[in-house]
Ligand binder design. Structure first.
Ligand code: AMP
Length: 478
């Protein structure tokens, strides 16, 4: 199928051609005609599927339909006609940039409003008049409360990454905002996952929507290799570093669960010569924008991000995603993995999993409906005990003083950091008690980010071991 068959105007087709797009992606093939026809729509599509163009293009088409001789878009006063709600500032900026890019042959005026930026200039831009408004719910509420925004003439509402907005607790804001919109409007909702909560939201905000699903429910891209590396929690940093050094990883998006964890890991990698920076909600917008630009340009080898900060990061050809911590919400795994292997490129998603993350791993595998492949790294081997019934008494044959949850091996030395084993997900036939005590120990000895707490020195700090000696100091990747 070609873009010519979708019913878009010649102006838009010219822009699409200039962007170098030859074929509409599956979501675009289905969504563009439906949006042009004025339908409400519920689309299950991840970032990377071309979902932004799937709604921006047909809406631009409709806005441009009645433009005057000078190309001006008819507008009633200064009230916007299109409202896109997004979970994060990064996504707000990116969606608005897409509106500018695709709308550059038009006089459509767009604006992104989001927190962390000064409200004054946003207020002035709103006063001058905007057609296409992209906003995070919190900042939009601020504008509504300050009466600097009139939403009574919104014709189209788009909830982008609706699942993420729910996760971030925006539901009340979204209800208040939607409550101010005209009942007669077109509403579109995009979500990477199709949970029951999302279906409920669709029932609440959409009217007989057309349902579109481009990937199977909660699927990850087939061209992304996904592996799990079992590792003890306090050796994760060391293992990650060895992966960078021995496998020459470059342009890696690393996920941590906490902001503190992101900061601490980025510092650690940077000190070890892997140029890294952290990206999380406490960083200012300008710092986040710069970090992303540096990462895209290859000035940074690793970007260490929390889930929230990573939303909307749009990087073509991102080759690696590392889950330094597994997310608590299994759907977040799908979001994270969606950052790599876009547009058919191959990608690799590596999860470093310790004993106290076995439940998250199980939940992710249930969601994906398959087991992820386990691989051991020489020098870091450990066994993730299965989650099973608690059994009374010590496990027969447990070595006195052995580290719970781990099983050191007597393998001969091999090149550190290399894959040494691959096979289907299989845990040792181990008792739960071991896993539970491992969890307890991890709770005792590590902080929330997995960094050792004072008084509980981590193994890596006590002994640099083979890696400490083998590592060329200050090595940098281009
Ligand atoms: P999105 O899913 O909206 O985040 O888009 C992911 C990337 O795909 C963006 O960098 C777009 O520029 C690109 N893209 C969107 N539509 C197409 C298309 N039809 N052909 C090639 N690339 C596209």
């Amino acid at each position: 199928m070609s873009f010519n068959q979708l019913g878009l105007s010649a102006e838009l087709l010219a822009v699409i051609g200039a962007q170098g797009y030859t074929t509409p992606t599956p979501i675009q093939q289905q969504a563009i005609p439906a949006v042009l026809a004025g339908n409400d729509m519920m689309a299950c599509a991840q970032t990377g599927t071309g979902k932004t163009a799937a709604f921006v293009l047909p809406i631009l088409h409709r806005l441009m339909l009645n433009h005057d001789q000078a190309g001006r878009i008819p507008r009633d006063g200064v009230s916007p006609r299109v409202l896109v709600l997004v979970p994060t500032r990064e996504l707000a900026v990116q969606v608005e940039q897409s509106v500018r890019d695709y709308g550059r042959n038009s006089r459509v005026r767009s604006l992104a409003v989001y927190g962390g930026a000064r409200i004054g200039p946003q207020f002035q831009a709103l006063r001058r008049g905007v057609d296409f408004l992209v906003a995070t719910p919190g900042r939009l509420m601020d504008h509504m409360q300050q009466r600097t925004l009139d939403l009574r003439r919104i014709e189209v509402l788009i909830l982008d990454e609706a699942d993420r907005m729910l996760d971030m607790g925006f539901i009340h804001d979204i209800r208040s905002i939607v409550g101010r919109l005209p009942a007669k409007r077109q509403s579109l909702m995009f979500s990477a996952t199709f949970s029951d909560e999302i279906r409920g939201l669709a029932r609440e905000f959409l009217t007989t929507p057309k349902s579109i699903e481009v990937a199977s429910r909660n699927a990850t891209a087939a061209n992304v290799t996904q592996v799990v590396i079992p590792v003890e929690r306090d050796r994760k940093k060391e293992l990650l570093l060895s992966l960078f050094e021995n496998r020459g990883l470059n342009q890696v998006l690393v996920f941590t669960r906490t902001k503190h964890g992101a900061d601490s890991l980025a510092r650690y990698l940077d000190k070890a010569g892997i140029r890294s920076t952290a990206m999380h909600g406490e960083k200012t917008q300008s710092v986040r924008t710069k970090a992303l630009a540096d990462f895209k340009r290859g000035k940074l080898v690793a970007l260490v991000a929390t889930d929230v900060a990573s939303r909307g990061i749009d990087i073509d050809d991102l080759p690696y995603v590392v889950n330094y911590d597994l997310p608590h919400v299994p759907e977040d795994y799908v979001h994270r993995i969606g950052r790599t292997g876009r547009a058919g490129a191959s990608g690799e998603a590596i999860s470093l999993v310790c004993a106290d993350e076995r439940i998250q791993l199980r939940d992710i595998e249930r969601l994906l409906k398959r087991d992820l492949e386990r691989r051991d790294i020489e020098g870091f081997e450990t066994v993730l005990a299965p989650i099973a019934q608690r059994r009374a008494g010590p496990r027969p044959g447990t070595r006195p003083g052995a580290r719970p949850g781990s099983r050191p091996t007597n393998r001969p030395n091999r090149v550190p950091g290399q894959w040494i084993k691959s096979g289907p997900a299989k845990a040792a036939n181990d008792s739960v008690e071991r896993g539970e005590s491992a969890r307890r120990e991890n709770v005792r000895s590590t902080g929330t980010d997995g960094a050792p707490r004072s008084g509980a020195p981590a193994r890596i700090a006590r002994s640099p071991g083979r890696f400490g000696n083998a590592r060329p100091q200050g090595r940098r990747f281009a």
